[in-house]
Design a protein around this ligand. Sequence first.
Ligand SMILES: [Zn+2]
Length: 493
Amino acid sequence: MPPLRNASSDPPTPASPPPSGPLPGERGGWEVVIGMEVHVQPRTRSKMFCGCAVGQPGDPPNSNVCEICLGMPGVLPVINKAAVEACLKTALALSCEIPRHTKFDRKNYMYPDLPKGYQISQYDLPMSVTGYLELDGRRVRVRRVHLEEDTGKLIHAGDKLHKARESFVDLNRAGVPLMEIVTEPDLRSADEARDYAVAVRTLLRTIGASDADMEKGQLRAEPNISIRRAGSTELGVKTELKNINSFRALHRAILFEVARQTEVLESGGTVVQETRGWSDAEQRTFSQRSKEFAEDYRYFPEPDLPPLELDAEWIEELRRALPELPGVRRSRLVSQYGLPTADAVLIAADRDHADLFEAAVAEGADAKPTANWIIGEVAPSGKLPKPGALADTVKLVSAGKITRDQGREVLAESVETGRAAAEIVARHGFAQLSDESAVQAEVEAVMAANPQAVADYRAGKKQALGALMADLKKRSPQANPKVASELLLRLLG
Ligand SMILES: [Zn+2]
């Protein structure tokens, strides 16, 4: 195997056209350029090359390990088909090309969380290349989606006072499958980078390739960031931020890094190419190590695994089985149901919510109020009602038969008990008074009970109306608030 020549830090890729259109994110004469690597744990039961369970955070340390993921001499890894399938589905959903031939390579380095002395990854023949993700009508080019294995975890403990420091190694994550989704440097602001990461998560969940739970470390973002003079076409020196595990941290870390680089360059300094970490406690990035180059890793084809020849028919099968993707569904929610784009974006971001929306509308609820209920009530609650219960609630509230507050209770109770909306309304005696003569009696009673507020209002203190409405709501929660306030205004006038 000849040594790799002219290897840069990034594996070779085909040339792609530059992004078109105006470049947002310019800042004081500087343009921000961000490329992103997103590391995702695909949804599999077992590890990448052995039968160990992928496990959960909190499992006893070193409980999901075997001779293969520990890299004992003489053992043979076996490729996990479910991981390959998740990677291919992701690549197809990102409109990537899938080469017929792919292979795994050894990336050699020594670190205590990597007892094998190498990580099995993919170098020059990744599982997919040149795709894109549509973001606000603009294409963010995806360079490649490939598969590799995760490393173990170091836990540094110890007592600062006595300087008795200890480090522990937990190898439960060693060998857990990871997909790496790499973009071209097409992102132009912290906002865009965060939106891209959110869109990737939505996509992964929609196609079922990963649960992408950031709290469990199933999705980590690694942006590389540089700045350049606006109008320049050359890339500046970039720094790479490692292992960012929340969208908020991603956004803040990029803002910090852009400000730091701007200050360095404006004071006549130079940005050093390096890997930096993000400290959430201190809200700043810090230098971790100077950037390695690919030749440092001495990549070579993994001798224990055969090259993979991907069956074209299998790829087509996976492509045909992909569900409607979030971007397509978003457009359809606008065109088919007349939803405002902002609502469609929120609803299409969660496949369960989008399914619920369409099912509830199919059961006769109007589209816009159904969207409002999903965005305003269902999404924050984190619980999914049955489509029929949501449809009935929306219909009852829209028709003025129950109040919005009662609607919330109906929905919550239907999630808890599975009862139908009509049954819950009957059990609680929920019913809204919309009949004008019935509401008028209530309004007159409130006015009689609050002569001072009535006098104040008539003397020009308009805020007295609020007190009267509040008392009305207390005495007569059934009264339709819209009918009541109209009547109140008429009787006061
Ligand atoms: Zn194992």
